[in-house]
Write a protein that binds this ligand. Structure first.
Ligand code: FES
Length: 137
C-alpha cells in the first residue's frame, strides 16, 4: 500500500516513534462503546475534540475497556490510543494520575508540541472519570 507507506514516512519525518505510528495506522482503541459506564467529550484550546468511553468494573473500579474517537491531529490520535491502552486494568484512581508526560514517554517519541494533544487525552479521560463519580453519588 503506497499510501500507507507515504503516511508512515511523513509521520516519521515529523518525529513520531514507530509505536506512535503503529497506533495511528492501526487505529488502536478507536471506536465507541454502547452504554459506557463513563463517557466524556472535551474540546481542547486548539479546537480539537476527543470523546472517551469506559467500561468500569463496579467493585474495585477497574477499567476493563476503553475506546475513543477524535477529531484532530495525528498527535490526538496516537495519544488517544496510548492513553486508552495505558489505563486498561488500572483503577480509576491510578488512571487519573497519568499525565501528558507519561503518555509521551509511553509512546517513546512524538513531536514536543504534541504535548498539548496528550493533554487533550488526559483531560478528556479525567472528565469521564469525574462524570462517573458524579453518577455514583
Ligand atoms: Fe489539537 Fe493535536 S493540535 S489535539
Amino acid at each position: 500500500m503506497a499510501e500507507e507507506k507515504d503516511k508512515k514516512n511523513l509521520l516519521k519525518i515529523s518525529g513520531y516513534s514507530s509505536t506512535a505510528i503503529e497506533y495511528i495506522l492501526r487505529k488502536v482503541n478507536v471506536g465507541k462503546i454502547e452504554d459506557p459506564d463513563a463517557h466524556a467529550v472535551y474540546t481542547g484550546p486548539c479546537g480539537d475534540t476527543m470523546e472517551i468511553f469506559l467500561v468500569i468494573e463496579p467493585d474495585y473500579k477497574v477499567i476493563k475497556e476503553a475506546k475513543f474517537q477524535a477529531v484532530g491531529c495525528a498527535g490526538a490520535l496516537t495519544c488517544g490510543s496510548a492513553l486508552t491502552e495505558m489505563i486498561k486494568g488500572k483503577t480509576i484512581e491510578q488512571a487519573e494520575e497519568i499525565d501528558e508526560e507519561d503518555v509521551m514517554n509511553w509512546l517513546g517519541g512524538i513531536p514536543i508540541q504534541k504535548i498539548y494533544c496528550a493533554c487533550l487525552a488526559k483531560r478528556t479521560l479525567r472528565n469521564a472519570i469525574t462524570e462517573y463519580r458524579n453518577k455514583q453519588n
